[in-house]
Design a protein around this ligand. Structure first.
Ligand SMILES: [Cu+2]
Length: 133
């Protein structure tokens, strides 16, 4: 009886600990994607660079960029073992496997005014870039 109680307490502590560890990254991701103006787009040598973190999904989930400018999407991974390391942009026939940790540039040329949508390899994590005129 006593042993059962102790193992229940240990189980609760383990589950609680795992929950605490998982909690912080999720909170960060959420506040990233909710922020209205995320400064993840910059111009370098005439090219527009959109930086997106890939780990357990994409952050920011939505980027706002300029149409008509040569553009690179730079995916950053950091210990990314989930399938957000497999990036797909179906409308451009792009499919790319990112390293578990690193930075990967995908050139997408000059886009027209449109919403460009991408996903992870299995289609469960979306991201989009709103190209505006
Ligand atoms: Cu996936």
């Amino acid at each position: 009886m006593k042993a059962t109680n102790i193992s229940i307490i240990i189980a609760i502590v383990l589950i609680g600990g795992a929950w605490m560890l998982n909690r912080n990254p999720n909170v960060n991701n959420q506040s990233e994607s909710v922020k209205p103006a995320v400064n993840n787009v910059s111009m370098v040598d005439g090219k527009q660079i959109i930086e997106i973190d890939a780990k357990g999904g994409y952050s920011p989930r939505k980027s706002v960029a300029k149409a008509g400018v040569p553009t690179i999407i730079r995916f950053k991974t950091s210990g990314t073992f989930d399938c957000s390391s497999a990036v797909r942009i179906p409308s451009m026939n792009i499919s790319k496997n990112l390293p578990q940790t690193g930075s990967t540039d995908i050139e997408i040329g000059s886009q027209q005014v449109a919403l460009l949508q991408g996903t992870c390899g299995m289609g469960m994590y979306p991201f989009e870039v709103d190209f505006q005129g």
